[in-house]
Design a protein around this ligand. Structure first.
Ligand SMILES: [Cu+2]
Length: 166
């Protein structure tokens, strides 16, 4: 019983830490910001995170000091081929959790000043239409990770290493 309680409070503590970026009012909840390590001399990386806006908002821009340019991209399957495209924003419907993740919306980091290495962190600034800008810390996970904390690391989806249109 005591053990169970301990486990529960540890879980709650994790949840609390995960959501510690919550502020009042229009603020957008941002959590699980992570990126994939970039192999070799790759100059392009991708970052992902989870967003929720109680009032509804729109993610309209991103920037980071580690890359020349950060863009919002969508990824869709077309005729069995993964295609990604730049989008000018990602809508955050009120109260809905929006996950930027591999195979969906993502933040493309173009022109990395140096490779992203597993275990590293870097700042990423998100610009919201209503909430203004918010800077979060992105944690770098393994090459090929499918989620924060290295979920599914090592799983290699051939379609995910896409040829860059740059
Ligand atoms: Cu992309």
């Amino acid at each position: 019983m005591r053990l169970k309680l301990l486990a529960l409070s540890a879980f709650l503590a994790c949840v609390a830490v995960g959501f510690s970026a919550i502020a009042q009012g229009n603020a957008v909840m941002i959590k699980d910001a992570w990126a994939r390590a970039t192999p070799g001399g790759a100059q392009t990386g991708a970052a992902y995170l989870t967003l929720q806006s109680p009032a509804g908002d729109r993610l309209s821009g991103v920037s980071t000091p580690v890359a020349k340019e950060a863009q919002l991209h969508s990824m869709t399957m077309e005729n069995g081929v993964m295609k990604m495209r730049q989008v000018d924003g990602v809508d955050l419907p009120p109260g809905q959790t929006v996950k930027l993740k591999p195979s969906g919306y993502h933040i493309m980091l173009m022109g990395l000043s140096k490779p992203l290495e597993e275990g590293q962190t870097f700042p990423l600034t998100l610009i919201f239409a209503k909430a203004g800008s918010e800077t979060v810390t992105v944690k770098v996970e393994k090459v090929g990770s499918m989620g924060p904390g290295g979920q599914g690391g090592g799983m290699n989806m051939p379609g995910m290493t896409m040829p860059m249109h740059h």
